[in-house]
Design a protein around this ligand. Structure first.
Ligand code: FRU
Length: 490
């Protein structure tokens, strides 16, 4: 198949990426080859490499007709760009190739399933839109859309669901050899449900049942579902639109929710036992997860937020970054996440301090500064009511990490980071520690701060656009506190 649109995108990205210097990008967070990027798509380990596709508009750094960008990596931290994998070049996906997922097909080829979107003009003032699911099969480099596309059409949606909000398939193969997809769909009340379809060959699909329902407590539409079984539990992750703030667990707006429970394959029944935010920071959305060949399960999200996408110029050479990939574990029905162990290979220049006493005088420590680092803090709050680390700091700017031991609360405040959007400056998370001791790991790259609390029990991801010369790090406590610091450059 020779696609003019795909060739055009490939020529464009090859030419324009030359204008982006290595120093303009984060050191170990994935960014688009050129132009705009949102959700991770089709994240998987296939034929000896991790593959990452992404929602991609190469021609400007704003959302546009969605293509799929493509990159591969051996270590999840350094990505090699490949030519764009999909362009919106068919009548059934001319409005965009939206998010989806991938799997090793039964014959060893690589199969992508994605939402193909089409908008038809009915008359001067009316358009109709269809979101349907299509597949493309390939070898890890080139992908060919199936002649049978779209393979899950709007007439296969059960009654009462919208044909305009039916997207983001997550695919897996059951132990019984049957392929399954769950797809986000909006019911008459505007709530997102996950619909389950089954197939023997990924081409002919049959609707089976509602896999999981939004009971009204989790926003409206559910985007980008993920599903996996790990460490004896089953996990469903969704990214709801329109969450309403609840007791420090979920902030307003687009968010992420992780349901931990059990799954019975015979009846395709998922039973929820617990739920939590996947990330408590301002910038984490639409995560996908994949099995690593060594048995780990890795999750990665878009480290941006829809509410703040208009704060850059559309002529910037690129926009968008992924989070650090994280290894998950499940303890007491809770999702834990830690940076992938590969990051340890990137560490150099260890600096260590023990028993540093803090008070309300701001302290900086020799060798503890920079914008590319991995830093662990062990804090003993003593009688302090607040402990603050100011990061990416210079005279004008800073982003604060705040620990309030008496309230068992942590907070990230980037209102001074140079960001514009009022609503998105502060994010909180409840912690489990009640005794004033807290372990915190902070990973900073060019445009992000990711904070892992209590060995990954909660994570806060924050994108920052602060100038790179804001490299200072300062500590203080309101009262007396003691801390140990171990810091590496990355
Ligand atoms: C989520 C999302 C998906 C959709 C894609 C379009 O961020 O809205 O639901 O498939 O982005 O780019």
């Amino acid at each position: 198949m020779d696609s003019q649109l795909l060739n055009k995108a490939r020529e464009y990205e090859l030419e324009k990426e030359k204008l982006i210097g290595k120093e303009d990008r984060p050191a170990f967070h994935m960014t688009p080859r050129v132009g705009w990027m949102n959700d991770p798509n089709g994240f998987c380990f296939y034929k000896g490499e991790y593959h990452m596709f992404y929602q991609y508009y190469p021609y400007k750094s704003v959302w546009g007709p969605m293509h799929w960008g493509h990159a591969v990596s051996k270590d999840l931290l350094h990505w090699e760009y490949l030519p764009a994998a999909l362009a919106p070049d068919m009548p059934y996906d001319s409005f965009g190739c939206y998010s989806g997922n991938s799997i090793t097909y039964k014959d060893g080829r690589h199969l992508i399933i994605y939402t193909s979107v089409v908008k038809n003009k009915i008359d001067e003032n009316t358009e109709e839109e269809f979101q349907q699911q299509s597949v493309a099969i390939g070898d890890g480099r080139e992908y060919k859309k199936a002649a049978e596309n779209p393979v899950i059409t709007t007439d296969m949606i059960p009654e009462g669901y919208s044909t305009v909000d039916f997207r983001d398939p997550k695919i897996w193969k059951g132990k019984d050899g049957i392929y399954r997809v769950i797809i986000g769909a909006k019911d008459q009340n505007g709530l997102g449900h996950l619909l389950l379809y089954v197939s023997d060959d990924c081409i002919t699909w049959k609707y089976k049942k509602v896999f999981l329902k939004n009971d009204g407590n989790f926003g409206t539409m559910w985007e980008c579902p993920d599903f996996f079984e790990f460490e004896g539990k089953a996990v469903v992750i969704v990214s709801p639109i329109g969450m309403v703030e609840t007791d420090f667990e979920y902030p307003d707006g687009n968010g992420t929710v992780c349901f931990v429970g059990t799954y019975d394959e015979e009846t395709d029944t998922f039973t929820v036992e617990n739920h939590q935010a996947v990330d408590y920071g301002a910038d984490f959305y639409a995560p996908e997860s994949a099995d690593a060949p060594d048995g780990r399960h890795i999750i990665i999200g878009w480290a941006q937020n829809w509410a703040t996408i208009n704060e850059h110029s559309e002529d910037d050479s690129f926009f968008g970054q992924m989070s650090l990939p994280r290894e998950i574990s499940i303890k007491n029905n809770r999702l834990y996440q830690l940076p992938v162990k590969e990051i340890e290979e990137c560490r150099y220049d260890k600096v260590e301090y023990k028993n540093i006493s803090l008070s309300d005088e701001e302290v900086s420590l020799d060798g503890v500064r920079g914008r590319f680092l991995d830093m662990e803090l062990e804090i003993s709050a003593n009688d302090a009511t607040e402990f603050v680390v100011s990061l990416a700091k210079n005279k004008e700017n800073k982003t604060d990490f705040i620990y309030k031991p008496k309230e068992s609360l942590v907070m990230v405040d980037r209102s001074m980071s140079g960001a514009l959007n009022e609503r998105f400056h502060q994010r909180c998370a409840k912690i489990s520690s009640k005794d004033g001791h807290l372990k915190v790991r902070i990973i900073m790259d060019r445009n992000s701060i990711e904070i892992f609390i209590e060995d990954g029990r909660s994570v806060l991801t924050t994108a920052i656009t602060t100038d790179l010369d804001a490299e200072d790090i300062c500590f203080k406590a309101d009262g007396s506190a003691i801390m140990n610091v171990t810091k590496y450059s990355l």
